[in-house]
Design a protein around this ligand. Structure first.
Ligand SMILES: [Zn+2]
Length: 306
């Protein structure tokens, strides 16, 4: 069975050719089968219950939705169209008449691991795009205000002498399980992690680098290990706020782990037996369940380095 990474594989049909059809989009926005996916200050609406589900709004309950500054057509899923809307201008979003009484706004990182994959993916998609709009209200070329275009998938500078178009950005980062070809992998932790959590190593891709270049540089910088046999594993959208995590396995060619103490509190080799015996508490725990880091570790524990 091929497991999908959390937040990946959003099954919505993004049908990009529809994004320029303003009349079609307006009709879909008010179609009774459509659902609005609200985001409030980077938090997603969820409905509590035996399982946490994504909260949505019937557009008939939100007649002035088209006037919101950020309305993004996400796509079609099943027989419904989904639009992300940003309610950040409202101070108490749960008291907004269109928001279901029992809903609450939560950081997706808190609830994603217990949501259905397809709903988590839709929430991540909505969060990523509303965040981008919030951060690109002004043109990076001339400083004039921008306006949303193409169903919310671009912004255009309003200055007639500039008119620059801006597109949603995704920042690639590599995340690397370094193994020794046998029974050990390198894990480390930073002060930003949950108490006791250890993870594989990661870093952003820099201009002028291939992904493999980044893998070699990051591992050398963070733990002074040279790696070889770099193998792509899978990738994961990580909209916290705008990353794409690209996962790799890499085999160590040198074995002395020297953590860069500016970046890591500690890093060392861990054996398979240590990981399998993880108490998952403040003394030691594996990466969070919705992360590709955990998937890399779990896959290595199950299948080795392949
Ligand atoms: Zn401009």
């Amino acid at each position: 069975m091929v497991l999908r990474n959390f937040y990946a594989g959003a099954a919505v049909d993004r049908a990009a050719h529809r994004r320029r059809d303003a009349n079609w989009l307006r009709a879909r926005l008010f179609h009774p089968a459509t659902r609005l996916v609200p985001v409030w200050r980077n938090q997603n609406l969820v409905m509590p219950g035996t399982e946490v589900t994504l909260g949505t709004i019937d557009p008939r309950d939100f007649p002035d939705a088209a006037d919101l500054p950020v309305v993004v057509w996400l796509g079609t899923y099943g027989n419904r169209d989904y639009f992300a809307i940003d309610l950040s201008h409202v101070d108490e979003p749960t008291s907004h008449p269109a928001v279901p009484d029992t809903g609450r706004f939560e950081d997706l990182r808190r609830v994603g691991p217990v949501m259905r994959h397809d709903q988590g993916a839709l929430a991540a998609y909505a969060r990523g795009l509303t965040y981008w709009h919030e951060r690109h209200r002004f043109c990076g070329v001339c400083g004039s205000p921008t306006r949303s275009d193409s169903g919310g998938h671009s912004r255009t500078c309003t200055s007639p002498t500039c008119g620059a178009q801006h597109f949603p950005r995704t920042d690639p980062a590599v995340i690397v399980l370094v193994h020794d070809g046998g029974d050990r992998i390198v894990l480390g932790r930073t002060g930003r992690f949950l108490p006791g959590m250890y993870s594989v190593l990661a870093g952003f891709v820099e201009p002028g680098e291939s992904l493999e270049d980044t893998v070699r540089r990051e591992i050398a910088e963070e733990v002074s290990v040279q790696v070889t046999d770099i193998q792509y594993h899978s990738s994961q959208p990580w909209p916290f706020p705008s990353s794409l995590m690209v996962g790799f396995f890499a085999r160590a060619a040198t074995f002395d782990v020297q953590p860069d103490l500016d970046e890591l509190e500690v890093a060392r080799w861990y054996s398979r037996d240590e990981l399998l015996a993880s108490p998952e508490d403040e003394t030691f725990r594996l990466p969070r369940r919705d992360s590709i880091a955990r998937r890399l570790v779990d896959d290595w524990l199950r299948d080795g380095a392949g």
